[in-house]
Structures are given as C-alpha cells and as structure tokens.
Design a protein around this ligand. Structure first.
Ligand SMILES: Cc1cc2nc3c(=O)[nH]c(=O)nc-3n(C[C@H](O)[C@H](O)[C@H](O)COP(=O)(O)O)c2cc1C
Length: 195
C-alpha cells in the first residue's frame, strides 16, 4: 500500500471511530448536601471589612487547611504521607507558624512579609494571611488542597477568601529562612467581606 492510500485508510478509520464514540447525558448533579452547597458557594473575594477573625475561627480555618484529622493523618492528602506543608499565618500584626499537631501558633521571627504579598491593594485590608510552603515537588498540589479546604470553610461561614500567586516568592523564601528544597507555593487572604 502506498503512503497516500495508507493515510486515507487511517483517516477513514479515525472518522468512523469518532462517529461511533458514545455520549452519556449525565443526570443533574445533586447539589443539596452541605458539601455540595459549600462547593457551590465558594468564590474568590477581594474586599474585606475590618471585622476581626477570632482565635476560634482561626483554629477552625487552620484545622481545615492542615490540621490533624480523626484518623491521625492530615485534613488534606499528602504525597507519600509526607505531611511536609508549612502554613505561615499573619494575624494580629505578627507572623506565626501553625503547629497542627499541638493546635498552636508559634510566633516566627521575620521581617514584615506584607510588602511581598501586597501586589494588590486589597491585601492590606485582610485580617488573616496564610502562606503555604512545601517541598519543591509537591508544594503546589498540597497547597491546592489546603487553600480549597479554607475556601470552602470561608464560603459556608460568611467569610471571604482568595488564593494568590502574585507574590514575591524569592523574598518570602529568604525572610522565612526556608531551605533549598522548600518553596513558597501560594498566599491566601481571609476575612469578612466588606458590605
Ligand atoms: C493558582 C492560583 C493563583 C491565583 N492568583 C491570584 C492572584 O494573584 N490574585 C487574585 O486576585 N486572584 C488570584 N487567583 C484567583 C482567581 O483569579 C480566581 O479563582 C478566578 O478568577 C475564578 O474566580 P472564583 O475563584 O471566584 O471562581 C488565583 C487562583 C489560583 C487557583
């Protein structure tokens, strides 16, 4: 068979395959459960009021982000169960490192991080900032799970949040004294929405 003929035969076979491909019209999604309602309610918010986030609310948020669940692992899946996420928190004018195992915030000595985060003006208005750090290979994936949990919590509790990639990662890396293998993945603002 010459190559032109072979091409025509292959095209015909591919067309036939496409024509025979099936379609499934899915049933309407059942969005009535609390989880599905939370997924539906989630959206990015970029306007914050000056209403404070209480320590109880912050504890809930951080548990959702990277707390220890009732199975003894974390509220997010981690590759090879590494659990190697660091969540830095800016709250009440200080920087903290979340310790999920002891449910504590430990003050972290660092210069002001806000200038490295505030490429958008609204950032200064948010009462809580979460900075997700992880090992190079998995940082983005792990941060994605954590920020989505936080966004869902925010959505059902009348709060506003947005995950942000427009940050100065190099400067943050330096100021947070991170190791060679660690990277800053994303920043997430959290607070109550402006009226
Ligand atoms: C990885 C990532 C980085 C993002 N970076 C920013 C950012 O720097 N600034 C911002 O205002 N929004 C940022 N967003 C939010 C998106 O703009 C937002 O999710 C998108 O517009 C859809 O809107 P929704 O979240 O309300 O559905 C980011 C979202 C993701 C997933």
């Amino acid at each position: 068979m010459n190559s032109k003929l072979l091409c025509s035969v292959l095209s015909a076979v591919m067309l036939t395959t496409t024509a025979q491909a099936e379609t499934i019209d899915l049933p309407k999604p059942q969005t009535d459960s609390p989880l599905m309602k939370a997924i539906d309610a989630r959206r990015s918010g970029r306007a914050y009021s000056d209403k404070k986030i209480s320590e109880q609310e912050l504890s809930n948020v951080l548990w959702a982000a990277f707390g220890v669940n009732s199975h003894g692992t974390r509220t997010i899946p981690t590759a090879r169960n590494l659990q190697d996420v660091k969540v830095f928190v800016i709250y009440e004018g200080k920087t903290w490192l979340y310790d999920g195992k002891n449910n504590q915030l430990n003050e972290y000595e660092t210069p002001d991080l806000l200038p490295d985060l505030a490429s958008q003006e609204f950032v200064y208005d948010a009462p809580v900032h979460l900075i997700y750090v992880g090992s190079k290979r998995y940082a983005d994936a792990h941060a994605g799970s954590a920020y989505q949990n936080v966004a869902l919590y925010a959505a059902v509790n009348g709060m506003s949040s947005v995950v942000r990639g427009l940050i100065d990662r190099d400067s943050l890396h330096q100021k947070l004294h991170l190791s060679e293998d660690e990277v800053v993945a994303f920043h997430q603002t959290l607070g109550y929405p402006a009226e």
